[in-house]
Design a binder for this molecule. Structure first.
Ligand code: NAP
Length: 226
């Protein structure tokens, strides 16, 4: 499998990158980000760029991939709906539209979050914008697209959030999240489990396009995909 990861410097993306590099069936990984991952590995190539809204200059560099794991995202805290829409809906759709054109056989997996609002009309701004983003991604002509909606994620294997706000909160919440995962295993997954679930869904598919917390946990931990 040739895989591409957007946001591999982030908490979710670092976990996915690690699992891709460990997986013998993944032969090549392209990390697309605005800064290098700092990881060196024979399977890993990187595309570092500033503009994530216009992909007209990339030529065929993004062609020939079987899967894209789109873990790039921002916290909506303190953002206006217009700004959050630009870095969530606009940015994601600009990249995904280009990828769908160049890779009609691609499986595209997007990380949104528990509580995402597919009606696009609810009261929570972030949930509406993520819902609109999911719905638009599901209309693109990929071979398949899946929306991952994790809730709490426990960072393992030395993974840390990229965003300073998340990092500060995580320093306090990390041990609590670990405890919650042991108490409610279907509600909390680790960064490694998110990576393993994405790889499995990219390979085997899933009966529904949206995977909620319990689906992600079950797929990561080996339950059969119906
Ligand atoms: N962490 C969780 O517990 C959790 C739970 C549920 C859902 N999610 C969702 O998962 C996604 C990733 O979260 P995370 O925790 O991994 O966040 P994170 O640690 O802050 O990482 C975000 C990633 O997105 C990149 N990024 C952000 N804005 C960008 C921009 N304008 N242009 C290019 N790259 C940009 C970051 O690059 P830099 O490293 O260069 O900043 C980083 O690679 C988010 O959509 C989040 O809502 C996370």
């Amino acid at each position: 499998m040739r895989a591409m990861i957007f946001g591999a410097t982030g908490m979710v993306g670092q976990g996915v990158l690690r699992e891709c590099l460990r997986d013998p069936q993944v032969t090549h990984v392209l990390a697309v980000g605005r800064r290098p991952t700092g990881v060196s590995h024979p399977k890993l190539a990187e595309l570092v760029r500033r503009d994530f809204h216009d992909w007209s200059d990339t030529g065929e560099a993004l062609a020939g991939y079987d899967a894209c794991f789109f873990t790039l995202g921002v916290s909506a805290a303190g953002m206006s709906e217009a700004d959050y829409t630009r870095t969530t809906y606009d940015l994601t759709l600009a990249a995904a539209t280009t990828l769908a054109r160049l890779n009609p056989g691609m499986t595209f997996i997007y990380v949104s979050g528990a509580g995402t609002d597919a009606s696009e009309r609810g009261r929570m701004m972030w949930a509406r914008v993520k819902g609109r983003t999911e719905n638009a991604l599901l209309r693109l002509p990929f071979r398949a697209a899946y929306m991952f909606r994790p809730g709490m994620i426990e960072a393992v294997d030395g993974v840390r959030p990229s965003n300073a706000l998340y990092r500060r909160s995580y320093a306090v919440l990390g041990p609590v999240i670990g405890l919650v995962r042991r108490l409610f295993p279907s509600q909390v997954v680790t960064t490694a489990e998110v990576g393993r679930a994405m790889l499995r869904v990219a390979r085997e598919g899933y009966p529904r396009p949206v995977l909620e917390r319990a689906d992600i946990a079950a797929v990561a931990r080996g339950s059969s995909v119906a």
